[in-house]
Ligand binder design. Structure first.
Ligand code: SAM
Length: 497
């Protein structure tokens, strides 16, 4: 048996994790199964997100073959004896408080899936319905915020977005002006100056940028503001409308573009090679991702399936006069139609928009992800993003001991697509939660977690930098300069020549 205790730093200090209370009972339950323990992996995490997709103890099969059904023509399983057969995952933030942790772990090991109501079949995490919940949250944000009585920013780290930090915007604008002054002196500065922001939220980032830009320009008398055009891009029309109101004072300089941040070129193709600044904050961590792992020298894709635990499903079903077995269909209707129309489609269960929002929030709160590890037959056959093969993950996966990482498929796709918009001197600036060292994955939990109705995963900065280098971009990371103590990192990407 191998015990991988990732949050090592939590073993010391004032509120140190008590291993005897939070891990030993799980090991006793594993030993109590009487089975062969050589293939057991116990993975201990400190899940910092109070709302998340994990149970206190989860049991994850480690599949020997990529095709459990063994269908003819399927890729052959890797040669040799698989190192692990099962992973037992423990959230040590909560496990020490469970009265009978050993019995809970034993029950999970006997058959943890009993009574669960599944909302989907096994799939890579990026294809899970949790991402449709995420999109629903941004499209029906007003209904959610009204129901919870607070804005989305309050769920972000620090309670507000660093995107509205004036000093950060000023730094960025000063850099732009310096580049433009040089070009302007030789008459080489184009007439129109384009900036694009992906994932605009309530528009505060855009407003701070535009206010600072106008004020600095006025003070310096360069006339850049008159030439500026700012493209606010998002996939939620509601968010775009909200942002539009926030920047009403700059209306003549702003366009709103509905687009998927994973494929910005589809809508912004006309700006190819013309953008000076691509500005992104707290969006990459909100884009779909898979997870892959290197365990005992083999590479696995984490497959997931969303479910409602038995007790939560019973309570939810009772609240909407339904049988638990009817919940998956009701959830599918919610995701397809949104809460405002759900009552019309399911009048026997939902009495209006308010009950529909309540149902939505309760389902989201209850949703968990069951996981299993499925062998990858070759990294080259696993697509990270269009035109980016899984081979790009090899340096990270082979960087040492067992490791499990986010692939950040959506962020990589967005990055590769959007940098084509940049001018040769243009840059992409992104404030977000980044893992920038392989050790980040071996020492802490990087997602997924829930921020109100949305999903958060730390972004694989190591992979982004590697992908950037391969296509001629230098990617740099530094802690967000204008607030101390947070986890936000600023990524800057610029062409190397
Ligand atoms: C956490 S908010 C960040 C808002 C703002 N940038 C900030 O830092 O305060 C995430 C934003 O990304 C948008 N978003 C998420 N996924 C997207 C996608 N696939 N395409 C476009 N926008 C997306 C959401 O609608 C939302 O406006």
């Amino acid at each position: 048996m191998l015990v991988d205790f990732r949050p090592g730093l939590r073993l010391t200090g004032k509120n140190a994790v008590d291993i005897t209370a939070s891990v030993t009972p799980v090991l006793e339950a594993v030993a109590g199964t009487g089975g062969d323990l050589t293939g057991v992996r116990v993975a201990c995490d400190w899940i910092q997100y109070r709302d998340n997709f994990r149970d206190v103890v989860d049991v994850r099969p480690v599949m020997a073959s990529p095709d459990p059904a063994g269908s003819p023509g399927a890729a052959p399983p890797p040669a040799g004896v698989p190192p692990y057969a099962v992973e037992v995952a423990v959230d040590v933030r909560r496990s020490g408080d469970i009265a009978d942790l050993k019995e809970l772990a034993a029950a999970r090991l006997r058959d943890g899936s009993v009574g669960r109501v599944f909302l989907e079949d096994w799939c890579p995490e990026s294809a899970s319905c949790i991402w449709r919940f995420n999109a629903l949250y941004w499209s029906a944000l007003a209904l959610w915020e009204k129901a919870v009585g607070r804005g989305y920013e309050q769920a972000l780290p620090g309670g507000e977005s660093d995107a509205r930090n004036q000093a950060a915007a000023r730094d960025l604008i000063t850099g732009l002006f310096a580049d433009w002054d040089l070009l302007s002196a030789t008459g080489a500065l184009p007439a129109e100056l384009y900036v694009a922001e992906l994932g605009v939220g309530n528009g505060n980032q855009a407003r701070v940028f535009l206010d600072e830009f106008r004020d600095l320009d006025r003070a310096q008398g360069r006339g850049y503001y008159a030439r500026l055009h700012y493209f606010m891009c998002d996939y939620s029309q509601h968010v775009l409308d909200l942002a539009r109101e926030t920047v009403a004072g700059h209306a003549a300089h702003v366009s709103s573009i509905p687009l998927d941040a994973q494929r910005p070129l589809t809508a912004l193709g006309f700006l190819r090679g013309r953008v000076w600044l691509l500005y992104i904050s707290n969006v990459y961590d909100n884009l779909p991702t898979d997870e892959v792992a290197q365990l005992g020298g083999r590479t696995y894709l984490v497959q997931t399936r969303a479910y409602l635990p038995q007790a939560a499903a019973a309570e939810l079903a009772a609240g909407v006069s339904a049988d638990p077995a009817e919940l998956p269909a009701l959830v599918r209707q919610l995701l397809r139609l949104g809460p405002a129309l759900l009552a019309d489609a399911a009048p026997a269960h939902i009495g209006g928009t308010e009950p529909a929002v309540r149902f939505w929030r309760q389902v989201w709160s209850a949703i968990r992800l069951e996981e299993r590890y499925v062998p990858l037959t070759g990294l080259d056959l696993y697509p990270v993003a269009p035109a980016v093969s899984g081979e790009a993950l090899r340096p990270l996966l082979e960087s040492g001991a067992d490791i499990r990482v986010q692939v950040s498929n959506g962020a990589v796709a967005s990055f590769v697509d959007s940098i084509a918009l940049l001018r040769p001197l243009g840059k992409l600036v992104c404030h977000d939660l980044f893992a920038t060292d392989p050790q980040d994955y071996r020492s802490g939990f990087r997602g997924p977690g829930k921020y109100d109705g949305s999903v958060v995963n730390w972004v694989n900065g190591i992979l982004l930098a590697h992908v950037g280098r391969r296509i001629g971009f230098e990617v740099r990371y530094e802690p967000f300069r204008h607030r101390s103590g947070g986890h936000i990192i600023t990524m800057t990407a610029q062409a190397t020549d």
